[in-house]
Design a protein around this ligand. Structure first.
Ligand code: GAL
Length: 634
């Protein structure tokens, strides 16, 4: 497959006279995709039912005849002001009961059925007009679900919807009371209409209540996405895409992904390093202008799974962004490196955000490929270089990974609901396992729990899984490779209770979690073989073979055959050691990479990706600072 580059463009922001020149410059830079329209509702329908399409017709025509393929967005992330007049109760409401008002974007509640219908209406109207337009070769539905903390809403529509959802799930208040354990603290309900969202309670609400609320909220995103997809399906053969975000876990992306053809995500490496990553000050300084070396790759692999193999980067950071606490500029080379890294992970397309920096409104400090005066910004030349390199490159064919990490959105909601240790974070746990594998140069696939086919994998990791579905238990029992589950895996029932027999109750593995501790910083337990366990430590009982123990003799990693249970959260040293020896036993080759260097194998090439601010050597290959290079497999 030949990957392609693209850019996000807002014709409605610029005088029509410059569209043709913009399009010509995009083509000249080697871009093939252009995403438009996702925020243009007020220009398409200035008043209810009063449509103005001629400008969009001409924009699509101009871009298309220049040779670009258009991704057309449904504009539903930005309902115009009149919409809020028409449906005053469509606004999302925060946990304190305050409406989240008009004046930016994403000001809607997923549960509001009136707004859902309006979204279907505009999607259908756009589909009818442009669904067979030859220039429109892909669709983006909405924009970044959940961004700005918009999944969970406490609106009247959400409360009514939740009660309904509960009534369907449990059928009777008694069944719900039993499932949630509402006898505890006299929380029993006599009618579904008595149940509120779990907010503003005096002390913590019942975790089963919170978990169902989170499931309900996720289901609304899925339903909202589905109705737009259903509206567009009969009107177009072009693929339907959504652009997800980084470290957004509030809804189940595998569920939305099932209704779409391609997953895409918006990659802002430097913004993420500053804004949504826990790490040492030293690490953040070292990678200040490059981003974390594993954050992007993790999301590439995650969204490849969400897209069932088909995925894009819909927005790629080109320079400083405007939204992180601090917004440094990328090192020269990073706009090229990020694109190649995505391609090496199988991206079909990488689109830079945005074409020209907007001198007005909220994002005026956000770089584009062009400056506000239309002069090239530094990333333009790098994008053009990637485009030329793609032309010279044979097709990039993905290689089958031999190591997989099981990933589960509800597990994130569960441990947020009941962290038990203040710093127990599911995303962090999973990405630390991922980082350990990447430091060893290993290609990783991410797998959802539902229908996970383990047969291709020599090593499967399942950290922090809230429940362990029966089908997965059965798959693990017959899996011929190695598997390491835990910590905390399978430690709750779907209703959020501790199962008896006690967890992890793994097939053929005689080990039981007898007691669980969470540990503050500084209270780590050293391991006999080096490194330590911190944050989380489960005390195991049983006759399973002990692989790793603390210096005090407490088992931490046990096994029976290939099936392992890990009873704590290893520090980076212990993590890498455990993973290295598991890979060695499983027959997965590893190599120890210098700090900041990562490798990624495709079917034909090994890519060396250097996030470090200095050149690094590995395997006799020298990779420039902020550089990427590749060698064909002989
Ligand atoms: C994304 C969003 C874009 C733009 C960009 C700025 O989250 O989809 O519309 O706001 O961030 O970095």
């Amino acid at each position: 497959m030949k990957p392609a580059l693209g850019v996000c463009y807002y014709p409605e922001h610029w005088p029509e006279e410059i569209w043709a020149e913009d399009a010509a410059r995009m083509v000249e830079a080697g871009l093939t995709w252009v995403r438009i329209g996702e925020f243009a509702w007020s220009r398409l329908e200035a008043q209810p039912g009063q449509f103005t399409f001629d400008w969009l017709d001409r924009a699509i025509e101009t871009l298309g005849t220049a040779g670009l393929k258009v991704v057309l967005g449904t504009p539903t992330a930005t309902p115009p002001r009149w919409m809020v007049e028409k449906h005053p109760d469509m606004l999302a409401v925060d946990a304190e009961g305050r409406p989240r008002k008009f004046g930016s974007r994403r000001h809607y509640c997923f549960s509001h059925l009136g707004y859902r219908e309006e979204s279907v209406r505009i999607a259908r109207i756009l589909g009818e007009r442009y669904g067979r337009n030859p220039h429109v070769q892909a669709w983006q539905i909405d924009n970044e679900y959940a961004c700005h903390d918009t999944t969970v809403s406490y609106s009247a529509a959400a409360i009514a919807g939740f009660r309904n959802w509960l009534a369907q799930k449990y059928q009777s208040p008694d069944a719900l009371n039993r499932a949630w354990g509402n006898v505890f603290w006299s929380m029993e309900y006599a009618d579904f209409s008595e149940i509120d969202p779990p907010a503003l309670t005096v002390t913590e609400p019942n975790p089963s209540h919170v978990m169902d609320w989170r499931r309900y909220s996720s289901d609304q995103v899925v339903a909202y996405n589905r109705v737009q997809a259903q509206a567009l399906r009969p009107l177009t053969d072009a693929p339907l895409i959504h652009n997800y975000m980084g470290r957004v876990l509030e809804f189940d992306h595998f569920d939305t992904g099932a209704d779409l053809d391609i997953a895409s995500w918006d990659s802002y490496p430097i913004g993420f390093l500053s804004d949504r990553l826990e790490d040492t000050a030293e690490h953040k300084r070292r990678f200040l202008r490059q981003g974390d070396p594993d954050m992007q790759a993790f999301h590439h692999d995650l969204y490849r799974a969400v897209g069932r193999g088909r995925w894009w980067v819909m927005e790629q950071q080109p320079g400083p962004v405007n939204w992180a606490p601090h917004n440094p500029a990328p090192l020269p080379g990073m706009a090229r490196l990020w694109a190649w890294e995505a391609i090496a992970h199988g991206a079909e397309a990488v689109c830079y955000f945005r074409w020209r920096q907007a001198p007005f409104a909220q994002e005026q400090m956000h770089a584009g490929l062009l400056r506000p005066d239309s002069a090239p910004a530094p990333a333009l030349a790098e994008a053009a270089q990637v485009a030329r390199e793609i032309e010279e490159m044979p097709d990039v064919t993905p290689a089958q990974a031999r190591v997989a990490i099981l990933f589960d959105y509800p597990s994130s909601w569960a441990w947020e609901t009941q962290p038990q240790g203040a710093d127990f974070d599911y995303f962090r746990l999973v990405t630390e396992v991922y980082r350990g594998l990447r430091r060893l140069g290993v290609n990783v696939d991410i797998l959802p729990l539902a229908g996970a086919d383990l047969s291709a994998y020599k090593l499967v990791l399942g950290p922090g899984l809230f429940t362990l579905p029966d089908a997965l238990r059965a798959a693990l029992a017959t899996h011929s490779g190695l598997a390491i589950l835990g910590p905390r895996t399978g430690t709750r029932t779907p209703n959020f209770a501790i199962p008896v027999p006690l967890p992890p109750a793994l097939p053929g593995l005689d080990t039981t979690i007898a007691l669980t501790e969470s540990l503050p910083n500084g209270a780590e337990e050293p391991l006999e073989a080096g490194g330590c366990i911190g944050r989380w430590l489960e005390r195991l009982e049983g006759s399973a073979e002990v692989v790793e123990r603390t210096t005090a003799g407490q088992p931490v990693l046990v096994r029976s055959g290939g099936l392992h249970y890990l009873a704590g959260w290893p520090d980076p040293e212990a993590m890498v050691r455990i993973l290295r020896s598991a890979c060695a036993e499983a027959g997965v080759a590893t190599t120890d990479l210098p700090d900041g260097l990562r490798i990624r194998d495709t079917a034909t090439h090994r890519f060396y990706i250097n996030y470090a601010p200095e050149p690094l050597n590995h395997d006799g290959v020298t990779v420039p600072a902020a550089g990427v290079t590749w060698t064909p497999f002989r």
